[in-house]
Design a protein around this ligand. Structure first.
Ligand code: 3PG
Length: 224
């Protein structure tokens, strides 16, 4: 049995201002750093073998800060790979592999692209377009915000990455940490939990709260 922990990044400086973020690369707020530290304490007992993040700084920061609170004797090291995830031991020698947790950054885990809404205040946007329309843009499965991605579009990049890159690590008995975003993780949780397009409307993933899954008998499912 291997463990999968999914964490949405801690509060970002634009989350704090209630601004649509998407692919804009903003860092954590002070509160977000505290959330990442607390998340690290919650998963401190888990010995991770590999870490995946998006290429966005708020997710990378969350992973590295959470690992600072982990009891691991190993050091997380960002690995640069060309294209497909290379066998990282071919890049680093065995000695290093004993002391290092590889961190792979990949754009497939990036937040949903929010298109024309990026940079706009969420409350002000609701005043202009109506609460219902903004809720549909934010939480529906197949209705995209203007010039942005709907959750289905996001899933079309996150799910292949999950099944082709993350799942083989779990199948190899590795404990995996994934630090990503509210909607890129909603698409993955929808896949794992088998949620319908109606059920995913209600799926919310809070910042900085570890979600626990396990791979056992060929299946990934909720652990706690
Ligand atoms: O991109 C953003 O604005 C947030 O990370 C997620 O926004 P949402 O909760 O409005 O989808």
């Amino acid at each position: 049995m291997s463990k999968l922990i999914l964490i949405r990044h801690g509060q970002s400086v634009w989350n704090k201002k209630n601004v649509f973020t998407g692919w804009v690369d903003v860092p954590l707020s002070r509160e977000g750093v505290d959330e990442a530290l607390k998340a690290g304490e919650q998963i401190a007992g888990i010995e991770f073998d590999v870490i995946f993040t998006s290429v966005q700084i708020r997710a990378i920061e969350t992973a590295m800060i959470a690992m600072a609170a982990n009891n691991s004797q190993k050091t997380p090291v960002v690995i640069h790979t060309e294209g497909k995830m290379a066998e990282w031991t071919t890049i680093y020698n065995d000695a290093m592999s004993r002391n290092v947790i590889p961190v792979y950054r990949d754009w497939h885990l990036n937040e949903r692209y929010y298109g024309e809404l990026q940079g706009k205040n969420k409350a002000e946007t609701a005043e202009v377009y109506g609460e219902e329309q903004v809720h549909i843009w934010r939480r529906s499965y197949d209705v995209a915000p203007p010039a942005g991605e709907c959750l289905k579009d996001t899933a079309e990049r996150t799910i292949p990455f999950f099944t082709e890159t993350i799942l083989p690590q779990l199948q190899a008995g590795k404990n995996v940490l994934v630090s990503a975003h509210g909607n890129s993780l909603r698409s993955i949780v929808m896949h794992i939990d088998g949620l319908s397009e109606e059920e995913v409307l209600k799926l919310e993933i809070p910042t900085g709260v570890p979600l626990y899954f396990e791979y056992k008998d060929g299946v990934v499912k909720r652990a706690m």
